[in-house]
Design a binder for this molecule. Structure first.
Ligand code: NI
Length: 173
C-alpha cells in the first residue's frame, strides 16, 4: 500500500466529474488499498479517488470512532432514496485543509454500490454515515462542501488556501 498525495483546493482536478468503473478487479482493489492508507495517514474519515487525482467513481470511508478500522468501499455509488428531513454537521475535507463549516444534508439516504469484491450492495445510512457518504459522492461530481457556503465565505477560504500554497514557509535565520 502506498500513501498518495492529497490534492487540495484550489485545483481544477477536484472539479472533474469522475467516471464509472467497468468492473472491480485487482487494479481497483489496489487503488482502494492506497486510498484507505492515504485516508488513515491524513486522519480523515472519507476519501474519493479524485482527491488523489484519479477520476474514477470510487470512495473509501471509515467512521469508526476508536480507529478499530472498519473500512467501507464504494464503487459506482448511486443514491436511491433520500430523506426530505435535513441534518447539520460541521464538515471538513482533506482537500480543504483547516477549514470547517456547517452544511445541511438529507438525514437519511440509501446508496447502491459495488463493494471491494465487486458485489452489489445497498447501504441504508443515517447520521454521520449519511452525511459522510453524501460529502464523498459530491466529490465524484466535482463538488466541495465549501460550494454550499455563501459566495463571500467561499471566496475567502479559497483565497487563503491559494495564498498558503504560494508562500513557502517563512524562516528567520
Ligand atoms: Ni472531502
Amino acid at each position: 500500500m502506498t500513501i498518495k498525495t492529497i490534492i487540495t483546493e484550489p485545483n481544477k482536478i477536484l472539479r472533474q466529474v469522475s467516471q464509472p468503473v467497468s468492473s472491480v478487479g485487482d487494479d481497483e482493489r489496489k487503488l482502494m488499498d492506497d486510498m484507505l492508507e492515504t485516508m488513515y495517514a491524513a486522519n480523515g474519515i472519507g476519501l474519493a479517488a479524485i482527491q488523489i487525482g484519479i477520476p474514477k467513481r470510487i470512495i473509501v470511508m471509515d467512521i469508526s470512532k476508536d480507529r478499530n478500522k472498519n473500512p467501507l468501499f464504494f464503487v459506482n455509488p448511486i443514491i436511491k432514496n433520500k430523506d426530505k428531513e435535513k441534518t447539520t454537521y460541521e464538515e471538513g475535507c482533506l482537500s480543504v485543509p483547516n477549514y470547517f463549516a456547517e452544511v445541511d444534508r438529507p438525514k437519511y439516504c440509501e446508496v447502491e454500490y459495488l463493494d471491494y469484491n465487486g458485489e452489489n450492495k445497498i447501504l441504508k445510512a443515517d447520521g454521520l454515515l449519511a452525511t459522510c457518504i453524501q460529502h464523498e459522492m459530491d466529490h465524484l461530481e466535482g463538488i466541495l462542501f465549501i460550494d454550499y457556503l455563501s459566495k463571500l465565505k467561499k471566496t475567502m477560504i479559497v483565497k487563503k488556501l491559494s495564498k498558503k500554497k504560494n508562500n513557502p514557509d517563512r524562516i528567520i535565520v
